[in-house]
Design a protein around this ligand. Structure first.
Ligand SMILES: [Zn+2]
Length: 298
């Protein structure tokens, strides 16, 4: 792992584990060979993958089907909680497909570890949650939405440089709000406003376009990134905004992008929608390049 997000490769992964352990990795399971009291698990990842998205989970897991395209692996005793927490996983995937285009990988798996984890984590084609994230009360549903959204934003369409992390995390966070809006619980605008109020009380010293290694995963990158995206949606209108995002994702599929690629698709959509490019450039400038929090999008 060279920790360079722009470097993508295909993978061939073989692991032998003693019974009763299951090996889950990225990609498609192509064979499972029994040898005495052990099994060799062979996975192939055909879609180019950044090294930081490679994972291997070895444990005593039971498989639960969540939908056509989605599977969960979890300790058997967590069955009821897993099925409750992930019961809308397929609907969520269908919803994101309707907004962003086809799901980019052959399937989607979630692994729930026996251990408690500080935060869930996205890998390519799968996400990892701790047993503490599935209490059975949907308290962490936003994280289920967040990790799934990374399959489009970050995993298929990867960033070239870590400083552009807002493109991954801003979108994944905004997808949480889109899911809330889809369910009818609240509008993305109202969720954005409440996070804006929290941000306005925090230190105004974050440079979103280049937060630096220390602040790369600061919560302000996520929330300010998401509000930047929301501001674009308000400026362009839904039709032009979602067209631009779909075009951006389609062009960058299985590849890596720079912010200028995103800006280009936004500009094209703005022109079609009759929005001035100066206004778009001003929006990006105040949200990305200035530390002071701009005004909340009208
Ligand atoms: Zn994330």
């Amino acid at each position: 792992c060279d920790d360079t997000p722009s470097e993508k490769a295909t993978y061939d992964i073989r692991v032998t584990a003693d019974d009763p352990f299951t090996v889950i990795s990225n990609g498609t399971l192509v064979s499972k060979k029994r040898r005495n009291s052990a099994t060799e698990w062979h996975y192939k990842v055909k879609s180019p993958m950044a090294t930081y998205l490679a994972t291997m989970q070895i444990g005593e897991f039971t498989q639960f089907k969540l939908g056509r395209n989605t599977t969960a692996w979890a300790p058997g005793h967590l069955r009821a909680r897993v099925l409750e927490e992930f019961k809308q996983q397929q609907e969520m995937l269908d919803f994101y497909e309707s907004l962003f285009g086809e799901y980019p990988f052959p399937d989607y798996q979630v692994v729930i570890t026996e251990d408690e984890l500080e935060i869930p984590l996205e890998a390519q084609g799968l996400s990892i949650f701790g047993s503490n994230h599935i209490a059975g009360n949907h308290r962490f549903e936003r994280l289920i939405a967040h990790e799934l959204a990374h399959q489009w934003f970050g995993n298929s369409v990867g960033i070239s440089e870590w400083k552009d992390i807002w493109l991954n995390e801003g979108f994944a966070c905004y997808c949480e709000w889109l899911w809330v809006e889809h369910k009818g619980t609240d509008s993305a605008h109202s969720v954005a406003r409440s996070h804006y109020l929290v941000l306005s009380r925090k230190a105004q010293n974050l440079h979103l376009a280049d937060p630096g290694a220390h602040d790369m995963f600061d919560d302000r990158v996520y929330k300010r990134g998401a509000i930047t995206i929301h501001a674009l949606r308000r400026l362009l209108g839904d039709e032009a905004f979602f067209d631009a995002v779909r075009n951006y994702l389609h062009a960058g599929r299985n590849s890596t992008v720079m912010p200028k690629d995103f800006f280009g698709h936004i500009d094209d959509a703005a022109l079609k929608a009759g929005v001035s490019l100066d206004e778009v450039a001003e929006l990006f400038d105040v949200w990305l390049n200035h530390k002071q929090l701009p005004k909340f999008p009208a």
